[in-house]
Design a binder for this molecule. Sequence first.
Ligand SMILES: Nc1ncnc2c1ncn2[C@@H]1O[C@H](COP(=O)(O)OP(=O)(O)O)[C@@H](O)[C@H]1O
Ligand SMILES: N[C@@H](CCOP(=O)(O)O)C(=O)O
Length: 305
Amino acid sequence: MKHLRVPATSANVGPGFDTLGLAFEWFLECYFTKLPENGTLEMEIEGFGKKYIPVTKENIIYKAYARVFKYKNIETYGLKININNSVPIARGMGSSSSAIVMGILVANSLLNNILTQDELLQLAYELEGHTDNITAALLGGFITSGVVNGQVKAVKFNIPGNLICTLIVPDYELSTVKARKVLPSEISFKDAVQNNINTSMIVSSLSKGDLKLFSQFLTDYLSQPYRAPLVKGITKIQEIARDCGFLGACISGAGPTIILFTEKNKSTDLEPIKKILKDEKINFTIYKDINFINYGGLDLLSKVR
Ligand SMILES: Nc1ncnc2c1ncn2[C@@H]1O[C@H](COP(=O)(O)OP(=O)(O)O)[C@@H](O)[C@H]1O
Ligand SMILES: N[C@@H](CCOP(=O)(O)O)C(=O)O
């Protein structure tokens, strides 16, 4: 069996809609091997989604796996795969991208690394539809990405060692498809300019490790104003996040998870934030002191026996 881990990810990082991503030290994990008969599948899932994620060829891990064989015009190898999913689903932590990247990397591994990094990125992007999560899941770190002439391009930066986060994961799901439907087709020039400024300052401050500067440019004018009604508590939490000792708060990916960026070893107070969530009548789980990683699924494949 081989063993693979693919990180969960947080897309957008405030204003960087569809272009910025961060990889968490938090994984979708699997053990897999080739079965003798082509086209067969034996799949088991533990963890989040165990009760409702299909263990059939409809599973997106398998769809991504099969896509690689189709792309290379090779008959799909039989697959036995045991999945352990600790990534909350439809919460804005990139679960679908981790699943797609896993399927592609499993296929690539069984095909003796037939694909280049560019091909891996390209196939993953075509299945997911946006580049921010899949690039972070594949390569890790802090990623800027985009598509030019149909081709995915990504630039990776190391994440400052003193940047960690706290995640507030509500008990309700919000699919990325639904959260994209509320976005407008146009925004004002003023908002576009401010978003432009904020995104470039997030990239430059994070790449230089200047967390103070980073904390001042997290406001998003592209998606958050329209998604706020779907992400309970976000506006009020953002207003008080810095007073509570955090660097700032934003929606993780398409939500509904709220990410509170934190400087390591700085004291923070979650109580006022919990009160806001309580007033909004939200059930949630808080994950404190989550680390980021500078490696991705591409680096995390190992042969265990
Ligand atoms: N481990 C997994 N295996 C198979 N499918 C998964 C897995 N994780 C997520 N998915 C699929 O991805 C969907 C959620 O994707 P999406 O709405 O983009 O939310 P997220 O923010 O979690 O990526 C789920 O409904 C499920 O179909
Ligand atoms: N840029 C996308 C990111 C979606 O991330 P997810 O973790 O919610 O899948 C968006 O904001 O729609």
